[in-house]
Design a protein around this ligand. Sequence first.
Ligand code: SAT
Ligand code: MN
Length: 589
Amino acid sequence: MPTPLELWVDECAKFTKPDKVHWCDGSDAENQQLTKEMLRAGTLYALNQQAYPNCYLHRSDPTDVARTEHLTFVCTKQKEDAGPNNNWMEPKDAKAKLGALFNGAMRGRTMYVAPYILGPVNSPYSKVGVELTDSPYVAVNMRIMTRMGKAALNRLGGSNDFVKGLHSLGDLSPERRYIAHFPEEELIWSIGSGYGGNALLAKKCHALRIASWKARKEGWLAEHMLVLGIEEPSGRTTYIAAAFPSACGKTNLAMLIPPASQKGYKVWTVGEDIAWMHIGDDGRLYAINPEAGFFGVAPGTNSRTNPNVMATLNRNSIFTNVALTHNKTPYWEGMDGSPPHEAIDWQGKPWTPHSLTKAAHPNSRFTTPARQCPTMSPEWENPKGVPISAILFGGRRANLIPLVYQAFNWQHGVFLGATMASETTAAATGAVGVVRNDPMAMLPFCGYHMGDYFAHWLNVGKKLKHPPEIFRVNWFRMDNQGKYLWPGFGENLRVLRWVIGRVHGEVTADQTAIGHLPKPSSLDITGLDVSPDTLRELLAVDKAGWLKAVEGQKALFTGFGDRVPKAMWQESLALKARLEAGAKAPSHA
Ligand code: SAT
Ligand code: MN
């Protein structure tokens, strides 16, 4: 008897008509074989194997370099279930439209069957998925990003309990590009793109959009969050989950190296992009990292901003759309040292520092195995996950949002996440630097109605005996000259120390209309080029600015319609009242 997986693979192969079907076992030998074939086909270039052993460069189609949100759909039977935050197609229509493109799309190509596990191999919270793809580049990336191959087939056995992902490069035309999710069937169809979030279906498509849908049904959370542990000189380790939009520094924060001034602290990385969080028997929230690798933004990465990832990505890694030096080493803007006198840019064209274009694409990426990261936590594959004591929501905001503040309670914290906004980045196509609402950094990734998502967060809070404390953070405040007010990177540990102090009830705070703010004296800024005035500015509550923000919140909630829980409206009204009264907030401290 064929298994459900075999039947589905057969059905997809009959439809897309590949010349060959290859079942990936995830072995080294297989990886070498696929790499060899891509080198021969010219879709991979070998980097300098002395300096970068087993590292390769891939250049994607120049029209296919970032997620394309306007071509991403959630296809639920009822339009309302996808919500105003998602593009929607009727499942039947989507299948007809995309089906016409998939029909025969793999002719002349091999279909790779890539079974994978999201989460530690033996965790009860992990899930199996299978991606069928005609891109060997996707197959080798999936091997880095997930536990791909035999282990997944073993876990699956003859079961039908797996997320099905069908992917084809199609003709790579943006006119014929669609990323469609069918959460009711746990099915993903993606055609016309070879780029990360559009094509590595385990990542945003499965681990966030489909998983968030499932998580709501099953009572857990699938979030766009890094997870880290901070070990204090006393030996106590506290785990924090933090949501930031794409390209806002999650990878850097997750593997922060304490600066010399912060003696005795250690940061342990559990994950740097996605967290799956379940309610434990003890009433605490536990997080696992569903991924096994990092798909990080290259530009700006160097041995000051993220020495750990620099020590991770120098072997067994794939670079996408970075530039190439004459030594065959990768180069991107903001790398260590001065730029090379000449290079080959991300499109394969000659480049010099005098060129008016960037050498690397602003959304160029590295794919690198998590296990190579020097700060990976000993707990990162704990099947139970790690207990989360604090959740941070952070955007990229030049003004208004203070460096850090704490919610009064869970409901207020959900409101802080729901009303997060951030300046757009190169991780998605479209304008860069425009402030847009991005609730919980999940706007592009929530697989269902945002109003229902807020309600789900509130429900999870009710079930937690010991809910994490919730904070907003903003490393990106600027002065009038556009200079950052806060040094960021490793120095963010000083803010995390305040967060830990609050979690354990060891530091007092100022109660303000927007939340609990640090007393300037309780943030350690010794040795920093941050004047007391600057610190005051970083921690100020701009009443007029906040009253304007409240108006924006109304528009946000109105836009999401009547599924937005009343509690969110009440929080907005209460914030306005507190701002107007200039009164102290109710204390749950
Ligand atoms: O392309 S991905 O979605 O994987 C990266 C990102 O935009 O966060
Ligand atoms: Mn991301």
